[in-house]
Design a protein around this ligand. Structure first.
Ligand code: FAD
Length: 547
């Protein structure tokens, strides 16, 4: 992973082959991409990395457990393990702001080594921060600037194997450090899939997904990670917490649920038993256009409440639809003619193309099942005046979805912010949340004196509601983090004021902690604080995150 951005070195976003992108950005935030101005990223050698505070004897103890080559204290490793990949993280790292870094990184090979590291660290009163892919965007990893104890980053990168598949039950035991692509490749070899595909899939791990209560693009079919996880092994000081994989249990408040979303505060997840499914015979994501967001949301709600079981339901609002069209490559020949024909046809039908919304609905399973699901969904789409435009745009979205995160670095390179905030709310409040966030963001852009852009989509549908995901962008002024805070805070507060939660799938960390009490009540926070305090009296496991 790049220390200064998303993904691997050499891969990035380019706009030269997307003729609509530069004019779109110019109109949205007033940034002229053709001017070619770039803000300089610091050279790694210019960063002032705080020196490691790990005493030599402690490093020797850790090396004795995991091996000298798997105990590292070099600056690059410690920087990469300091932050996640939120906009705040990237702005700080690019500005060379590193108040506190982990003092030592260890890479244990198995659960026994994790246990020995944990015991040695707790014995030495060190802090342990489990590290998966480092992709979180909620401030879930950074050590507190005032942390005076030695900080150990426990990287699960060597625990990446699928250990066993119970084919009878569709359950797979998988080590927690497995990255998305490795995990799926191992399952696919035997004809299985876990069906969990967050946009960060390529650089995030099973343990991280569980620890942040993640959700993937196909959650409509496979569930959120909280539904997919059936069993767990969690290393704590002095022993392993074992949650056996049973389909359901009435054993009091669920300890499994307590671990899901615990962001490293209850121990180190070493193994997860997950529900897996046979690879679908057929899989397709189809694109639809709706006249406006209101019609589209009504269709999504009716699908969620009906017998249709899609794998994906997603609708972009008009702003995000404009963005998607602007990031498409130039179409030529028949495709160009077909697009122009479609737009002319929609205009003739009285559509205002500036209000039009692009939607994706996915279906998978056996041939007959997928076909039947599509025909049921199509009927609902038609009822809400939607129009199907086939598989092409859906296939493109499916292929390109893991590339979108590179746009954030592209904008940062040019002095602009592009970030996301997401929530979930009941169907009855979704439109209100959408409107409230736009209003709040507009007021915030005005306050910071910048031209701002907001766009949104609905995804992850449930019977009672759905997730709304917002992207916001503006060109930085003199105080990037102050300006970011103003906009981000306005959006988070609007979520709560309009009846949503502070996050549907990014977790709490430090970023969303200020709103937790308003979200789950004072009593809720008291119960959570009690849990962490009792489970970890020395405050050794990723202290101060969540509460
Ligand atoms: P890390 O970032 O390494 O850690 C996150 C937290 O989990 C930390 O508190 C860490 O201590 C703890 N942790 C990690 N591993 C363990 C373990 N084994 N035991 C105990 N605690 C552990 N999230 C989604 O849900 N859906 C998305 O579609 C999505 N898209 C994203 C797109 C981009 C571009 C980015 C940057 C992020 C996105 N995220 C998304 C957020 C992020 O990828 C998730 O939060 C992910 O679950 C983090 O996994 P990780 O392995 O990177 O964890």
């Amino acid at each position: 992973m790049k220390w200064w951005g998303w993904g691997v070195e050499g891969v990035g976003f380019h706009h030269e082959d997307k003729p609509g992108f530069a004019p779109f950005v110019q109109k949205a935030v007033g940034l002229d991409l053709w001017a070619g101005e770039r803000t300089e990223r610091p050279d790694f050698s210019e960063l002032k990395v705080p020196a490691s505070r790990a005493p030599e004897e402690f490093v020797t103890v850790l090396s004795g457990i995991v091996g000298a080559g798997n105990t590292v204290v070099d600056d690059l490793s410690r920087v990469v393990h300091t932050y996640g990949k939120s906009l705040r993280d990237l702005v700080r790292i690019r500005a060379g702001e590193i108040a506190r870094s982990p003092d030592v990184i260890v890479y244990p090979a198995d659960e026994a080594e994790v246990q020995s590291v944990v015991d040695a660290a707790v014995e030495a009163d060190a802090v342990i921060i489990p590290f998966g892919g480092g992709s979180n965007i909620a401030g879930s990893l950074e050590p507190h600037p005032d942390e005076s104890r030695v900080v150990v980053s426990l990287d699960l990168g060597r625990l990446g194997r699928v250990l066993e598949i119970d084919a009878d039950s569709g359950l797979a035991r998988i080590q927690a450090g497995a990255l998305g692509p490795d995990l799926e490749a191992q399952l696919n070899r035997d004809g299985w899939t876990m069906g969990h595909f967050p946009d960060s899939f390529t650089h995030s791990t099973l343990g991280g997904w569980v620890a942040t209560r993640s959700s993937g693009m196909q959650s409509d079919k496979y569930g959120d990670i909280a539904d997919i996880v059936k069993g767990l092994r969690v290393v704590r000081a002095g022993g392993v917490l074992v949650i056996r994989a049973v389909p359901s249990a009435s054993t009091g408040p669920s300890v499994r649920e307590m671990v899901v979303g615990s962001e490293g505060r209850l121990g180190v997840i070493t193994e997860v038993t997950v529900q897996v499914h046979r690879l679908p015979e057929r899989r397709g994501i189809y694109a639809y256009f709706f006249k406006n967001l209101d019609h589209g949301l009504a269709a999504m709600q009716e699908i969620a409440e009906s017998d249709v079981s899609p794998s994906v339901t997603r609708i972009s609002d008009a702003h995000e639809t404009g963005f998607s069209l602007a990031t498409s490559k130039e179409s030529k020949g028949i495709q160009k003619k077909a697009q122009a024909g479609l737009m002319a046809y929609l205009k003739r039908r009285g559509w205002n193309l500036d209000e039009m919304c692009l939607s994706f609905i996915g279906f998978e399973g056996g041939e007959a099942h997928a076909k039947r699901q599509k025909s049921l969904a199509d009927r609902i789409v038609r009822k809400h005046h939607g129009i199907g435009v086939g598989k092409g745009p859906g296939a493109l979205y499916d292929q390109k979805k893991f590339d979108t995160p590179y746009i954030r670095d592209f904008l940062l390179d040019r002095g602009a912010a592009g970030d996301v905030s997401e929530t979930a709310g009941p169907w009855s409040k979704l439109r209100g949340i959408h409107a409230a966030v736009y209003e709040a963001a507009d007021r915030a852009y005005e306050k910071i004196g910048r031209k701002g852009w907001t766009m949104s989509h609905m995804s992850h549908s449930y019977h009672s509601g759905a997730c709304l995901y917002f992207t916001f962008a503006f060109v930085f002024g003199d105080d990037p983090l102050g300006e970011y805070d103003t906009v981000k805070r306005a959006i988070q507060q609007a979520f709560l004021d309009a009846g949503g939660t502070i996050s549907h799938h990014h977790g709490v960390g430090l970023e969303h902690a200020p709103w937790l009490e308003e979200d789950i009540s004072t009593q809720g926070v008291a119960i959570m604080s009690g849990l962490f305090g009792a489970a970890d009296p020395g405050g050794n496991f990723n202290p101060r995150k969540i509460v």
